[in-house]
Design a protein around this ligand. Structure first.
Ligand code: CA2
Length: 144
């Protein structure tokens, strides 16, 4: 079972700013956490972080036939990108949305998630653990 994990803009800066919202751990620590979680779950993962909407759209399009499912934290593009929503709908791979914080408890402009409209479910406000839960959820979904 192969999962694509996509992380959107500025997540590469984790740990550098706003630790009260996103935690103190940095992006390499998140990647190590993802690899460990995937190994525990017995799935294979490929992680991509990009600050560019089009790169994320390209990755989603290219996932078809290469991956069984997608875990995505589109970061700020969550609240703006119809292109990412359309790409997720177009490939129709099972997808799960993850957010480190809970956008619904933040500013009103973070309350809409376009990508979430194409996802089976969302894990929010649980820090790194949300990604591990998404991996387990997708594994179970794909095993059914
Ligand atoms: O909670 C999340 O995971 C978010 O997707 C994070 C995005 C934010 O725009 C979403 O509303 C919720 C922001 C990611 C940027 O992360 C930073 C890391 C370090 C310093 C500043 C921002």
């Amino acid at each position: 079972m192969k999962l694509l994990i996509l992380n959107g803009p500025n997540l590469n800066l984790l740990g550098l700013r706003e630790p009260e919202i996103y935690g103190k751990a940095d992006y390499p620590a998140l990647c190590r956490y993802l690899e460990e979680s995937a190994m525990t779950a017995g799935v294979s993962i490929h992680i991509v972080q990009s600050n560019h909407e089009g790169v994320l759209v390209d990755e989603i399009q290219q996932a078809l036939g290469r991956f069984d499912g997608i875990i995505i934290n589109p970061a700020a593009y969550t609240h703006t990108s119809v292109a990412i929503l359309d790409a997720l709908k177009a490939v129709s791979l099972p997808a799960v949305e993850v957010h480190l914080s809970n956008p619904l408890q933040r500013e009103a402009f973070r309350h809409v998630s376009y990508a979430g409209m194409a996802c089976l479910r969302s894990f929010v406000g649980q820090g790194f653990s949300g990604y591990a839960q998404a991996i387990t959820y997708l594994k179970d979904y794909l095993s059914e």
